[in-house]
Ligand binder design. Structure first.
Ligand SMILES: [Zn+2]
Length: 212
Protein backbone atom coordinates (compact mmCIF):
# COMPACT_ATOMS: atom_id res chain seq x y z
CA UNK A 1 0.00 0.00 0.00
CA UNK A 2 2.73 2.37 0.98
CA UNK A 3 4.77 1.49 -2.13
CA UNK A 4 1.73 2.15 -4.29
CA UNK A 5 1.14 5.60 -2.75
CA UNK A 6 4.75 6.49 -3.32
CA UNK A 7 4.53 5.34 -6.94
CA UNK A 8 1.45 7.51 -7.44
CA UNK A 9 3.17 10.45 -5.83
CA UNK A 10 6.16 10.05 -8.11
CA UNK A 11 3.88 9.75 -11.11
CA UNK A 12 2.13 13.02 -10.16
CA UNK A 13 5.45 14.77 -9.63
CA UNK A 14 6.70 13.67 -13.03
CA UNK A 15 3.62 15.03 -14.79
CA UNK A 16 4.87 18.58 -14.39
CA UNK A 17 7.91 19.44 -16.50
CA UNK A 18 10.50 21.94 -15.28
CA UNK A 19 11.02 24.67 -17.84
CA UNK A 20 14.31 26.53 -17.79
CA UNK A 21 13.61 30.05 -16.56
CA UNK A 22 16.35 32.67 -16.97
CA UNK A 23 16.01 35.96 -15.12
CA UNK A 24 16.69 38.85 -17.50
CA UNK A 25 15.87 41.66 -15.10
CA UNK A 26 14.40 42.15 -11.66
CA UNK A 27 13.42 45.42 -10.05
CA UNK A 28 11.39 46.46 -7.01
CA UNK A 29 9.14 49.51 -6.85
CA UNK A 30 7.92 50.97 -3.58
CA UNK A 31 4.58 52.60 -2.83
CA UNK A 32 5.66 56.22 -3.22
CA UNK A 33 6.88 55.54 -6.77
CA UNK A 34 3.54 53.98 -7.66
CA UNK A 35 1.28 56.86 -6.69
CA UNK A 36 -0.36 55.37 -3.60
CA UNK A 37 -3.76 57.08 -3.05
CA UNK A 38 -4.35 59.46 -0.13
CA UNK A 39 -5.82 57.88 2.96
CA UNK A 40 -5.55 54.27 1.84
CA UNK A 41 -6.57 51.58 4.31
CA UNK A 42 -5.18 48.42 2.69
CA UNK A 43 -1.81 47.62 1.19
CA UNK A 44 -1.03 45.11 -1.49
CA UNK A 45 2.27 43.62 -2.55
CA UNK A 46 2.35 42.34 -6.05
CA UNK A 47 4.64 40.52 -8.42
CA UNK A 48 4.64 41.05 -12.17
CA UNK A 49 6.30 38.45 -14.37
CA UNK A 50 6.85 39.65 -17.91
CA UNK A 51 7.94 36.97 -20.38
CA UNK A 52 10.65 38.00 -22.84
CA UNK A 53 9.52 37.76 -26.48
CA UNK A 54 5.84 37.81 -25.46
CA UNK A 55 5.29 41.14 -27.29
CA UNK A 56 5.04 43.08 -24.04
CA UNK A 57 7.30 46.02 -23.39
CA UNK A 58 8.44 47.22 -20.05
CA UNK A 59 6.87 50.59 -20.79
CA UNK A 60 3.44 49.13 -21.55
CA UNK A 61 3.61 46.98 -18.44
CA UNK A 62 4.53 49.93 -16.21
CA UNK A 63 1.83 52.09 -17.74
CA UNK A 64 -0.77 49.39 -17.00
CA UNK A 65 0.43 49.21 -13.42
CA UNK A 66 0.29 53.00 -12.95
CA UNK A 67 -3.21 53.13 -14.48
CA UNK A 68 -4.46 50.29 -12.28
CA UNK A 69 -3.37 52.01 -9.04
CA UNK A 70 -6.00 54.79 -8.95
CA UNK A 71 -8.73 52.30 -9.99
CA UNK A 72 -7.96 50.04 -7.03
CA UNK A 73 -7.40 53.18 -4.94
CA UNK A 74 -11.18 53.77 -5.10
CA UNK A 75 -11.39 50.90 -2.58
CA UNK A 76 -8.61 52.32 -0.40
CA UNK A 77 -6.08 49.80 -1.74
CA UNK A 78 -2.53 51.00 -2.30
CA UNK A 79 0.20 49.15 -4.15
CA UNK A 80 2.85 48.98 -1.50
CA UNK A 81 5.60 47.08 -3.20
CA UNK A 82 5.79 45.68 -6.72
CA UNK A 83 8.42 43.17 -7.76
CA UNK A 84 8.91 43.35 -11.49
CA UNK A 85 10.52 40.29 -13.08
CA UNK A 86 11.51 39.87 -16.70
CA UNK A 87 12.21 36.23 -17.50
CA UNK A 88 13.13 34.21 -20.53
CA UNK A 89 11.27 30.93 -20.94
CA UNK A 90 11.15 28.25 -23.67
CA UNK A 91 8.84 29.22 -26.56
CA UNK A 92 6.23 26.63 -25.53
CA UNK A 93 5.61 28.66 -22.35
CA UNK A 94 4.92 32.00 -24.03
CA UNK A 95 1.19 31.33 -24.44
CA UNK A 96 -1.14 30.65 -21.52
CA UNK A 97 -2.45 27.16 -20.92
CA UNK A 98 -3.16 25.64 -17.54
CA UNK A 99 -0.37 23.00 -17.78
CA UNK A 100 2.24 25.53 -18.98
CA UNK A 101 1.15 28.04 -16.33
CA UNK A 102 1.42 25.46 -13.54
CA UNK A 103 4.88 24.43 -14.66
CA UNK A 104 6.09 28.00 -14.95
CA UNK A 105 4.66 28.95 -11.55
CA UNK A 106 6.34 25.96 -9.96
CA UNK A 107 9.69 26.52 -11.68
CA UNK A 108 9.84 30.23 -10.80
CA UNK A 109 8.08 30.98 -7.52
CA UNK A 110 7.23 34.63 -6.83
CA UNK A 111 5.01 36.55 -4.39
CA UNK A 112 1.22 36.44 -4.79
CA UNK A 113 -0.86 37.92 -6.23
CA UNK A 114 1.06 37.76 -9.50
CA UNK A 115 0.28 39.24 -12.88
CA UNK A 116 1.90 37.28 -15.71
CA UNK A 117 2.33 39.07 -19.02
CA UNK A 118 2.18 36.40 -21.72
CA UNK A 119 1.98 36.41 -25.51
CA UNK A 120 -1.30 34.65 -26.23
CA UNK A 121 -3.61 31.96 -24.86
CA UNK A 122 -4.30 28.39 -25.85
CA UNK A 123 -7.55 28.36 -23.83
CA UNK A 124 -10.80 28.02 -25.76
CA UNK A 125 -12.78 30.19 -25.60
CA UNK A 126 -9.75 32.46 -25.80
CA UNK A 127 -9.78 35.33 -23.29
CA UNK A 128 -7.33 38.22 -23.57
CA UNK A 129 -6.89 38.01 -19.83
CA UNK A 130 -7.72 35.43 -17.17
CA UNK A 131 -7.86 35.55 -13.41
CA UNK A 132 -7.40 32.51 -11.20
CA UNK A 133 -8.60 32.95 -7.64
CA UNK A 134 -9.07 30.32 -4.94
CA UNK A 135 -12.46 29.20 -6.18
CA UNK A 136 -11.26 28.20 -9.67
CA UNK A 137 -7.83 26.81 -8.77
CA UNK A 138 -8.76 23.57 -6.96
CA UNK A 139 -7.05 21.33 -9.52
CA UNK A 140 -4.22 23.81 -10.19
CA UNK A 141 -3.14 25.17 -6.80
CA UNK A 142 0.19 26.44 -8.19
CA UNK A 143 -1.62 29.25 -10.00
CA UNK A 144 -4.06 30.39 -7.31
CA UNK A 145 -4.10 34.21 -7.00
CA UNK A 146 -2.68 34.88 -10.45
CA UNK A 147 -3.66 36.92 -13.49
CA UNK A 148 -2.57 36.09 -17.05
CA UNK A 149 -2.73 38.93 -19.57
CA UNK A 150 -1.98 38.40 -23.24
CA UNK A 151 -0.27 41.00 -25.41
CA UNK A 152 -3.58 41.44 -27.31
CA UNK A 153 -5.39 42.86 -24.25
CA UNK A 154 -7.03 46.24 -24.81
CA UNK A 155 -6.78 48.98 -22.20
CA UNK A 156 -4.15 47.05 -20.24
CA UNK A 157 -4.46 49.28 -17.15
CA UNK A 158 -8.20 48.66 -16.86
CA UNK A 159 -7.75 44.96 -17.59
CA UNK A 160 -5.03 44.78 -14.96
CA UNK A 161 -7.36 46.28 -12.31
CA UNK A 162 -10.34 44.16 -13.48
CA UNK A 163 -8.47 40.87 -13.30
CA UNK A 164 -6.84 41.72 -9.97
CA UNK A 165 -10.28 42.61 -8.62
CA UNK A 166 -11.48 39.10 -9.60
CA UNK A 167 -8.55 37.63 -7.69
CA UNK A 168 -9.00 39.86 -4.61
CA UNK A 169 -12.76 39.21 -4.50
CA UNK A 170 -12.19 35.53 -5.35
CA UNK A 171 -15.13 35.82 -7.67
CA UNK A 172 -15.72 35.51 -11.39
CA UNK A 173 -18.85 37.68 -11.19
CA UNK A 174 -19.45 40.50 -13.63
CA UNK A 175 -21.55 43.62 -13.22
CA UNK A 176 -24.13 45.05 -15.58
CA UNK A 177 -23.84 48.53 -14.07
CA UNK A 178 -22.84 51.31 -16.48
CA UNK A 179 -19.22 52.37 -16.08
CA UNK A 180 -18.40 49.53 -13.69
CA UNK A 181 -14.91 48.03 -13.72
CA UNK A 182 -16.42 44.56 -13.51
CA UNK A 183 -18.47 44.78 -16.70
CA UNK A 184 -17.49 41.86 -18.87
CA UNK A 185 -16.00 44.04 -21.60
CA UNK A 186 -12.87 45.96 -20.76
CA UNK A 187 -13.06 49.62 -21.71
CA UNK A 188 -11.43 52.84 -20.62
CA UNK A 189 -14.96 54.01 -19.66
CA UNK A 190 -15.48 51.16 -17.20
CA UNK A 191 -13.48 51.98 -14.11
CA UNK A 192 -15.81 52.42 -11.15
CA UNK A 193 -16.35 50.03 -8.27
CA UNK A 194 -19.38 50.09 -5.97
CA UNK A 195 -19.13 50.28 -2.18
CA UNK A 196 -20.29 46.65 -1.97
CA UNK A 197 -17.65 45.50 -4.47
CA UNK A 198 -14.96 47.39 -2.56
CA UNK A 199 -16.06 45.84 0.73
CA UNK A 200 -15.88 42.36 -0.76
CA UNK A 201 -12.53 43.06 -2.39
CA UNK A 202 -11.02 44.32 0.88
CA UNK A 203 -12.53 41.66 3.13
CA UNK A 204 -11.82 38.67 0.90
CA UNK A 205 -8.41 40.01 -0.12
CA UNK A 206 -7.42 40.39 3.53
CA UNK A 207 -8.88 37.01 4.56
CA UNK A 208 -6.84 35.35 1.80
CA UNK A 209 -3.66 37.13 2.85
CA UNK A 210 -3.44 39.23 -0.32
CA UNK A 211 -4.00 42.57 1.43
CA UNK A 212 -2.65 43.94 4.66
ZN1 LIG B 1 -13.86 39.52 -15.74
Amino acid sequence: MRALSLALLLACGAALAQPKVTVVDRETFEGDELGAPEGYTHRMQLAIVMLENARWTRQRAMLALLQAQPILGQCGVALDRVEFHVVEVPASYLDFSTPAARELARAYPVARPTVYLVRDTRSRPAFDAEAIGRGNSGTRPEIADTVWMTAAVRDPGVAFAHELAHVLMDSGEHSGEAGNLMRDETSARNKSLSAAQCARLRDTGRANGLLK
